[in-house]
Structures are given as structure tokens and as C-alpha cells.
Design a binder for this molecule. Structure first.
Ligand code: UGA
Length: 441
């Protein structure tokens, strides 16, 4: 099947590569010429396990192509995916200018029936907007052509994007036209074997499903962080509580890890966007507002621990930081807790010596101009001469470090752990002062 994907970001590129892998003929369109050229050379703009070989193999096989030519893109596929970004507006609502621009482009160049699929995370009502923008454009051209707009949200996780896309838990399809369902079944058939994962619904429900899923997960995390704050003050250990409640299948073990706050390109943005959507219809979502407030406060926990230990003024102090990415297996630093941490430490006069297995280039891109950030080649080098160690991301390689070396390298044996990687008792026995999340003061 011929497929066009507008927007070569995380969602667009992974989806395109996976569709090509199962045999579809996929053309990706992006306005960024450098990105398109790089992809043709095999330079993938993001770090994502398994993605580079997948893109390369399918590009070489001729099933996956890249172009900046929008007209060519519209002519190529019956299926036209919109996978462009929806960055937050100034007030936190999703900015739809890229989505509507693609809709206009499709209507500008189409000369046969098209199925337009919204892959981007878009507020409820966006499909209606896409439809009216397309109709207006067709009217202005004076042509009579039919098209469908389908909501088909993406649920992939960074770091596991390829496998999530290859083996989706669900394929949500929101449509008001039964006739497109067959086409979608054909498109997704290779991913829909053994049992039917396609969940059909109306368009608005599909759009809300995406936000509801992310907001539910963010709520679980903020809830656990709230409990961790209580545990800390009550002399309980949140890790024990986590195990205790996770054993109830109605609660489950997933996504109840307390920490230094959730980040990334999705949760913070989507929680805010749903709050704004609620406001726009006169509904005050107290729960989602609380989820966001708890998370903002949680990102300040590590800086607060550090100031409790060293005092408010951190001039002359240097901190080793392990982990810059918002979570392991990605180089993405969007909304990462590490950024709030570093910016708070810098404001108090401290210097940071940081290491991350993948996000060093990204840190250089964002903060390369700062003289109070030193990016180090290994986690051991980051420790040298520092006053304490801070951990923001739970990379596997941080889980069993050489504690003797840490002790030798630091001026003071103190660890501020935002991901609860170590056993407090054992680490105290080794002579460390250990600050963790929700594990006693
Ligand atoms: C999230 C969702 O998990 C995906 O299902 C969704 O498709 C995606 O957003 C999206 O909308 O595109 P992602 O942002 O890649 O995926 O990352 P997550 O694995 O969900 O982690 C988000 C943040 O929550 C991280 O900062 C992580 O450290 C934090 N987290 C996660 C916790 O603090 N505790 C947990 O128990 C789990």
C-alpha cells in the first residue's frame, strides 16, 4: 500500500520505518532539508534502539523514501499520515499550526480520494478542524473531491518505540465512515495478527483516548510521588509501599515508580493541554492540575535535598550528575528533571560535571555555552573532585557502580538519588550519606 507520512519526528519516522518494514511503500515528507538529506545518508536525527538499521535497510530496499516535496508526497499515498509536532502554545494548549498547514497542503495538491490520518497527539475536535481546512482549500481550488479524516493516535514509548510500533498493544481508530475501516485493516494487518488489536470508535473518543492514556499514567506517577512525600515525613519507605500496593492487580506494578518527576515530550505537554481543553469548555480539572503541580514540586526535590545538606549558597561547589536524559534509552532531554536540577544549582552558584550514556550531544546543544557545566566522557570522570553525586536518570550502567571509587573521587561521600537505585541500608553501611525519594529523612 502507498503511504505518505508528513513530519519526520519521533512518531513519523518510527511509524514510517515500521510500515516500510512490513512491505508498504512509504514516502516521508518534511520541510527540514538538512534532516531529509541526512536521512538519505543514514544519519538518524534521534537515538532510538533498532531504528537506524530499520531505516537504512528499508531505504536501501526502496520501500522508504524521504523528500521535502509536499506535492510529490500528496500524489504518492492514498493514506496520508499527519505526524507533525503539536508544541505547546504560550498558555499550554496544543498549537495546531503545523497540523493545519499539512491539511491545507494535502487539499492543495490532491487529485483523488485521500484518507488523512492524525497520528500527532491532537486535542479533541482537531479532526473537525482538519476537515474544514481541507474543504475550504478544495472549495478555493474549485474542485470537488472526497476525503476521510481519521484519528489514529500513536502510543509508542521513547526507548522502545520500534518494538511498540511493531507489536502495538492497541490500534485505536476513530472514524465516522465504516468504509475506511477495511483500508485501515489492510494497512495494519501485519501488526494485527493472533488477536484483533484494532479498537474502533468515533473520532472524538479516539482523540480523547490518547490524552486520557497519558494523563492516567502521569497521574499514577504523581500519586506515587505524593505518597513518597508522605512516606518521607512518616518514617515509611515508599519502595516497600510500592511493592505492597503493586501486588494488587487492580493497581499493578507499572508506572508506580516514585522519582524526581516525569519529563519528556509527552506527559508534561499532554497534561497541560488537557487542562487547557477542559478550561476552554468551562470545566476546571482539579485532578489534572494537581498532577501537574505535584510533578513541578517533585522536580525541585533533589535541589532541595542538596540545599538542605550544603546550605542555600552553593558558590564554589561542584556536583557530579549522572543522567541527563528524561529517562533511560533515549537522548531526549525535553522537560527532563536534570534541567531543573542543573538550572537551580547554577542559580545558587554551583558547577555541574555531568555524564549521560546518550544525551551528551543534546546537552552540548542546549547548554554548550555555559561555563558552569562540564560534560565528561565517563561516569567515573564526572565524579572527580566533586562535592557530591546526583542521579537523575536510571540508566542500567548506574545501578551497580564501584562505590569505593565514588567515595575516593568525591570530597564528601554523599549521594542524592532521584531514582531510588540503591538500598539505603547497604549504602549507609558503606559510609555514604544517602538522600533518596520517599525513604526516610
Ligand atoms: C509516554 C507514554 O508512556 C507512551 O505510551 C506515549 O505514547 C508517549 O508518552 C507519547 O505520548 O508519545 P514517553 O514520554 O516516551 O512515553 O516516556 P515514559 O516511559 O512514559 O516516561 C515518561 C516519564 O515518566 C519519564 O520521565 C519517566 O522517568 C517517568 N516515570 C515513568 C516515572 O517517574 N515513574 C514511573 O513509574 C514511570
Amino acid at each position: 500500500m502507498k503511504v505518505t507520512v508528513f513530519g519526520i519526528g519521533y512518531v513519523g519516522l518510527v511509524q514510517a520505518a515500521v510500515l516500510a518494514e512490513v512491505g508498504h511503500d512509504v514516502l516521508c515528507i518534511d520541510v527540514d532539508e538538512a534532516k531529509v538529506e541526512n536521512l538519505k545518508q543514514g544519519l538518524i536525527p534521534i537515538f532510538e534502539p533498532g531504528l537506524t538499521p530499520l531505516v537504512m535497510q528499508n531505504y536501501e530496499a526502496g520501500r522508504l523514501n524521504f523528500s521535502t516535496n509536499a506535492e510529490e508526497g500528496v500524489k504518492h499515498g492514498v493514506m496520508q499520515f499527519i505526524a507533525v509536532g503539536t508544541p505547546p502554545d504560550e498558555d499550554g494548549s496544543a498549537d495546531l499550526k503545523y497540523v493545519t498547514a499539512v491539511a491545507r497542503t494535502i487539499a492543495q495538491y490532491m487529485d483523488e480520494h485521500k484518507v488523512v490520518l492524525d497520528k500527532s497527539t491532537v486535542p479533541v475536535g482537531t479532526a473537525d478542524k482538519v476537515r474544514s481546512v481541507m474543504q475550504e482549500t478544495l472549495n478555493a481550488r474549485g474542485v470537488e473531491l472526497t476525503f476521510d479524516v481519521v484519528s489514529n493516535p500513536e502510543f509508542l514509548k521513547e526507548g522502545a518505540a520500534v518494538s511498540d510500533c511493531m507489536r502495538p498493544e492497541r490500534i485505536v481508530v476513530g472514524t465516522d465512515n465504516e468504509d475506511v475501516v477495511d483500508l485501515l485493516r489492510e494497512l495494519y494487518e501485519p501488526f494485527n495478527r493472533n488477536h484483533d488489536r484494532m479498537i474502533l470508535m468515533d473520532i472524538r473518543s479516539a482523540e480523547l483516548t490518547k490524552y486520557a492514556a497519558n494523563c492516567m499514567l502521569a497521574t499514577k506517577i504523581s500519586f506515587m510521588n505524593e505518597i513518597s512525600n508522605l512516606a518521607e515525613r512518616l518514617g515509611a519507605d515508599v519502595e516497600k509501599v510500592r511493592q505492597g500496593i503493586g501486588s494488587d492487580p487492580r493497581i499493578g506494578y507499572h508506572f508506580i515508580y516514585p522519582g524526581c518527576g516525569y519529563g519528556g515530550s509527552c506527559f508534561p505537554k499532554d497534561v497541560q493541554a488537557l487542562i487547557r481543553t477542559a478550561e476552554s469548555i468551562g470545566y476546571n480539572s482539579r485532578l489534572l492540575q494537581a498532577v501537574e503541580d505535584v510533578n513541578d514540586a517533585q522536580k525541585m526535590k533533589l535541589p532541595a535535598f542538596i540545599k538542605r545538606h550544603f546550605g542555600e549558597d552553593l558558590k564554589g561547589k561542584t556536583f557530579a550528575l549522572w543522567g541527563l536524559a528524561f529517562k533511560p534509552n533515549t537522548d531526549d532531554m525535553r522537560e527532563a528533571s536534570s534541567r531543573v536540577l542543573m538550572e537551580t544549582l547554577w542559580a545558587a552558584g554551583a558547577t555541574v560535571q555531568a555524564f549521560d550514556p546518550e544525551a551528551m550531544d543534546e546537552a552540548q546543544r542546549i547548554y554548550g555555552h555555559r561555563s558552569d557545566l562540564r560534560l565528561m566522557g565517563t561516569k567515573e570522570a564526572a565524579l572527580q573532585g566533586c562535592d557530591g553525586l546526583v542521579i537523575c536518570t536510571e540508566w542500567q550502567s548506574f545501578r551497580a557502580p564501584d562505590f569505593d571509587l565514588i567515595k575516593k573521587s568525591l570530597k564528601q561521600p554523599v549521594i542524592f538519588d532521584g531514582r531510588n537505585l540503591y538500598d539505603p541500608e547497604r549504602i549507609n553501611k558503606r559510609g555514604f550519606t544517602y538522600y533518596a525519594i520517599g525513604r526516610g529523612e
